[in-house]
Design a binder for this molecule. Structure first.
Ligand code: ADP
Ligand code: MG
Length: 240
């Protein structure tokens, strides 16, 4: 049963989502339209194609951006975990190996992976996307470089993934609103990263904890239910 209020609230949310999605799609589309029109005129006038590389780069860049926008919304729309045993060590390694390409040099990446960690019951893709969001936020908070530490650890009867950075941290208002849909302090942010992280973790029956100090850094912990009595991560070769 869904109450009338809840229905109205869902519609309002849908409206805001659609508005934001339209906004996120319109800019790249406008840029692509402009570049394509320019190239069309050039072509019609029989001008040679060399020297137009930057327009082709722009088209490609914007297509990639559209792809990312669509991905983001798709992920938000279907946060329904397919629970299977997830090996947290592997999850961390998978995400960090991609990150090494995204932010070469400036950021030092440390991993602290507790031994004999039980797997958690979860959806590998969703958890990887959530962790990726935290890692990206951490790197974005350290434009001048710093240390990114990713941990897999025990948390009581649960397990946890933790991302710590030595970046700019958050002020009180940002801490309060960080998980809200569309809240961002970045010029080109979507404001959906942490909202997505929270949805994913809560859909797994877990909890997100945020600690941040302005000018010092930020720690975000995703607590996730462990699978009892299973083999530990280090040995669970096929678990992830
Ligand atoms: P976005 O990254 O698109 O802005 P997020 O939902 O991922 O959206 O984050 C919301 C806001 O929370 C960010 O704009 C930023 O102000 C703050 N924030 C998130 N992660 C960090 C971090 N690791 N350090 C400092 N601020 C952060
Ligand atoms: Mg983000």
């Amino acid at each position: 049963y869904v109450s009338r209020n809840e229905r109205l609230e869902r519609l309002a949310t849908l409206g805001r989502f659609s508005a934001q999605m339209a906004h996120d799609l319109k800019n790249p589309i406008a840029a692509m339209k402009g570049a394509a029109q320019y190239l069309k005129v050039e072509h019609a006038q029989g001008r040679p194609w060399d020297g137009h590389g930057e327009f082709l780069d722009l088209l490609l860049e914007q297509v990639e951006r559209l792809d990312r926008v669509v991905d983001t919304y798709q992920r938000l729309a279907r946060v329904e975990p397919l629970p299977r045993p997830v090996n947290l060590h592997r999850l961390v390694e998978g995400v960090l190996s991609l990150q090494a390409f995204a932010s070469p040099g400036k950021v030092t990446i440390l991993r602290e992976l507790a031994p004999n960690l039980p797997p958690c019951a979860g959806d590998l893709d969703l958890l990887a996307n959530a962790l990726e969001n935290l890692v990206r936020n951490a790197c974005e908070a350290m434009p001048e470089g710093g240390t990114l530490t990713v941990r897999a650890l025990r948390d009581g009867a649960d397990v946890a993934l933790e991302v710590e950075d030595t970046g700019e941290g958050m002020d009180a208002r940002t801490r309060e609103r960080a998980f809200d849909d569309f809240f961002t302090t970045k010029a080109t942010g979507s404001g959906l990263g942490l909202a997505f992280v929270r949805r994913v973790v809560e859909a797994h029956g877990g909890e997100v904890l945020l600690t941040s100090r302005e000018g010092r850094g930020t720690v975000v912990r995703m607590r996730l239910p462990a699978i009892d009595g299973s083999r530990a991560c280090a040995e669970a070769g096929e678990a992830a």
